[in-house]
Structures are given as structure tokens and as C-alpha cells.
Design a binder for this molecule. Structure first.
Ligand code: PEP
Length: 260
């Protein structure tokens, strides 16, 4: 098991309007009140239009979760129709930003250059970045996953000023396991964790948390934590229901607390 305090992030993707998002936030608040979680950091990542409502109830009801955003512009302001800036999100108390999610890379033409520029905009604003990396099935079947992920890490992180290093978290999300119900085995995840940590060490980021994402659920979280040596999870589908998300959180908490 990893030495870091686990981090579990729920990526709500393009689901839940603001009323539904508030409801889910409140349900998480109730579950956390009934069974507090001391040994795991929790973050929820709603769609942009829900963020203000979610941060309002998190603040007013003192729910112990951070709030993130799924995307942000690399630009500060100006003629970028449809985009949202880091300062706008920071003003809403957003503390975490996903950068380079495979859905942004593949469906919205987010290149490695844009990933690197966006990552820098996020850390300069003082928010935490969750850099998403991961190979597709073709690369995995050819055995090229280690080089592929190492290239993604280098292109995003090389030359990053050391004052920003503590703001970086990495999420390994093999594309073939996202939303497919196929989970990478604990062995595959463990091998990739070791590979990512060794690349991060060469980039002075050996202390960063490295998460796994890809069809994580209440049943596989414990073995991925223990055998896969992950520092937590980026969760999509299973984060849309309070109970399933909280049982993943609880698995991390119990593993870290030595109860499992
Ligand atoms: C994700 O979108 O980051 C993700 C891991 O989704 P899922 O858990 O649904 O595979």
C-alpha cells in the first residue's frame, strides 16, 4: 500500500443539473456525517454550471469535500467563446482541475501542447492540477503503454518550475478501461504505478500522488489500493451515486487506516 494519504475524485462528467448536483452533494454530506472519513481526501468535480451551487452547500453545510472542475482554458481572458478561465474558477472556491482527460484529448482536440499550457495556467493560479494520462487499447496490445505514458508525462511536466510541483497529482486512466466496465488488473496497475513513479522521480515529482481511474467500483477498489499500490482513484460512473462513491472512499480510508 502507498504511503500517501489517499485521494478520491468523483468526475461527474456531463451529468446532473444543478438541482441534482446539490442533492448528490447533500447526500454525500449526510453519509460523511454518519461515518466520518479521516484518512482520505475527497473531491467532487461537477459540470461548470453546477459548481457555484455545489460550493455553496459544501461551504454552508461544512461538507468535508473539495470541489474541482473538469476543464479550464489555458488563456487568462478574452475572445475564447465557450471557455472558462482559471480566475473565474478560483473565485468560486474551486481547488482542483482535471487536465488532459482522455475525453478532452480525443473528442475536443486537446493536444499535448494544450495540456502543457493548461497545466501551467492552473498551477500559476494556485489550484491543484490532476494530470490525466493513459494509453488506448491498440497501444496496450502492442506493449507500448510505458513509453506512451512516459511521453505524456514528459510533454506535460518537463521544465515545470519547482515551486509548483506540490500542486501536481497524476491520474493513470487507460482509455480502454474508462466507462467500459473493463478494469485494468491490479498487476497491470501496479506495473504502471511503478513506471509512472520512476518517470516522476526524474522530473523531481517523486512525491506526487498517483491515482488510478477506469471503471473503479466498490468491489475492485480494495484490491487496486492494496495490490495496485495506487494513491487513490479518479472515479466516473460510480461517483454519480452517493452510496457507491462513498464505499470506494471508505475502502481507501480503511486500507490506509490499516483496518484491511
Ligand atoms: C473517468 O471518467 O475519469 C473515469 C474513470 O470513468 P469511469 O469510472 O466511469 O470509468
Amino acid at each position: 500500500m502507498s504511503a500517501h494519504k489517499p485521494l478520491v475524485i468523483g468526475n461527474w462528467k456531463m451529468n446532473l443539473d444543478y438541482v441534482e448536483a446539490v442533492h448528490l452533494g447533500q447526500q454525500l454530506g449526510v453519509l460523511l456525517k454518519n461515518k466520518p472519513v479521516e484518512h482520505t481526501d475527497i473531491v467532487v468535480v461537477p459540470p461548470f454550471v453546477d459548481i457555484r451551487s455545489v460550493t455553496s452547500i459544501v461551504d454552508s453545510e461544512k461538507i468535508p469535500v473539495g470541489v474541482g472542475a473538469q476543464h479550464v482554458s489555458a488563456h487568462d481572458n478574452g475572445a475564447h467563446t465557450g471557455e472558462v478561465s482559471t480566475s473565474m474558477l478560483k473565485r468560486l472556491n474551486v481547488q482542483w482541475i482535471l487536465v488532459g482527460h482522455s475525453e478532452r484529448r480525443s473528442m475536443y482536440a486537446m493536444t499535448d501542447e494544450v495540456v502543457a499550457a493548461t497545466l501551467r495556467a492552473v498551477v500559476k493560479s494556485g489550484m491543484n492540477v490532476v494530470l490525466c494520462v493513459g494509453e488506448n487499447l491498440e497501444v496496450r496490445e502492442d506493449g507500448g503503454q510505458n513509453d506512451f505514458v512516459a511521453d505524456q508525462l514528459h510533454s506535460a511536466l518537463i521544465g515545470l518550475d519547482e515551486k509548483f510541483l506540490e500542486l501536481v497529482t497524476v491520474a493513470y486512466e487507460p482509455i480502454w478501461a474508462i466507462g467500459t466496465g473493463l478494469t485494468a488488473s491490479s498487476e497491470q496497475v501496479g506495473e504502471m504505478m511503478a513506471q509512472i513513479r520512476s518517470v516522476l522521480t526524474t522530473l523531481s515529482l517523486g512525491d506526487a500522488r498517483v491515482l488510478y481511474g477506469g471503471s473503479v467500483n466498490a468491489d475492485n477498489a480494495e484490491s487496486l489500493m492494496n495490490e495496485g499500490e495506487v494513491d487513490g482513484f479518479l472515479v466516473g460512473g460510480a461517483s454519480l451515486k452517493a452510496e457507491s462513491f462513498m464505499s470506494i472512499v471508505q475502502s481507501c480510508n480503511d486500507c490506509y487506516d490499516g483496518k484491511r
